[in-house]
Design a protein around this ligand. Structure first.
Ligand SMILES: CC(C)(COP(=O)(O)OP(=O)(O)OC[C@H]1O[C@@H](n2cnc3c(N)ncnc32)[C@H](O)[C@@H]1OP(=O)(O)O)[C@@H](O)C(=O)NCCC(=O)NCCS
Length: 207
């Protein structure tokens, strides 16, 4: 099953989600594998992320992707800004001709509750919009929000607990916006969508 979700965020920015159900050959006919990835499923996730870039913008030069020391993938001179994520059988990508972007997809699992204290402040642990179930749902959403912000930033050196502070959440359990402050001086609105027990989150700014 190919593209399961696509949204035109604005005139120059698109986001998409791919449900990975194809064999490796399907992807390799369309996009190159740019580094050795030994685990077959991680290889599929990587390839699906690359293919999504082309699904969103057919002229996306996937073969020219470089990877920075921070591991952030980029294109020289940035004709497109982009961000990729994968989790389980889903891959997500966001591409913009103009805006700096970050995306994340995260499956809700009980494991998150064991580590939530490492990346959530005491205040964040108590935040709820009344419709957001507490516990693992909220912790997964927080984690995904922070991963999106981390990728949007792209330069590493981010303390998830101190540098990304969640202030409010609006919307309902299905979709909404998480308002946060990055490194004490940058306000960010991270959008979220809840589907099949996954959270898709994304952020974009004019640099
Ligand atoms: C880099 C990181 C975001 C990737 O996470 P992951 O679990 O592999 O999750 P995802 O599948 O969502 O993302 C992978 C994609 O992120 C992208 N990516 C990797 N490093 C990146 C970076 N520094 N900036 C932006 N994007 C990055 C890549 O496109 C990668 O996919 P690809 O290798 O197939 O191209 C994550 O490993 C990380 O380091 N997070 C911060 C950890 C941290 O500081 N934690 C402290 C909390 S207590």
């Amino acid at each position: 099953m190919p593209l399961v979700y696509q949204q035109n965020i604005n005139a120059v920015t698109k986001i998409g989600v791919w449900h990975i159900a194809e064999e490796e050959d399907f992807f390799l006919k369309q996009v190159p594998l740019q580094r050795t990835i030994t685990h077959w499923h991680k290889r599929l996730q990587h390839l699906a992320g690359r293919l999504l870039l082309k699904e969103l913008y057919p002229d996306f030069p996937v073969g020219l992707i470089q990877v920075a020391d921070t591991k952030k993938p980029f294109l020289e001179n940035e004709p497109y800004h982009f961000s990729i994520s994968h989790c389980g059988d889903y891959a997500a990508a966001m591409v913009s001709k103009e805006y700096r972007v970050g995306v994340d997809v995260e499956l809700v699992t009980p494991k998150i509750e064991l580590i939530q204290f490492k990346f959530m402040s005491d205040v964040e642990l108590k935040i709820s919009n009344g419709q957001q179930a507490a516990g693992r749902q909220w912790a997964t959403l927080c984690w995904s929000v922070k991963e999106s912000v981390y990728k949007w930033w792209g330069n590493g050196g981010v303390d998830f607990k101190k540098d990304i502070v969640i202030i409010t959440i609006s919307g309902d359990a299905g979709e909404g916006i998480v308002h946060c402050v990055f490194k004490d001086d940058r306000e960010l609105n991270v959008h979220f969508l809840h589907f099949n027990d996954n959270y898709l989150t994304w952020v974009l700014t004019a640099h």
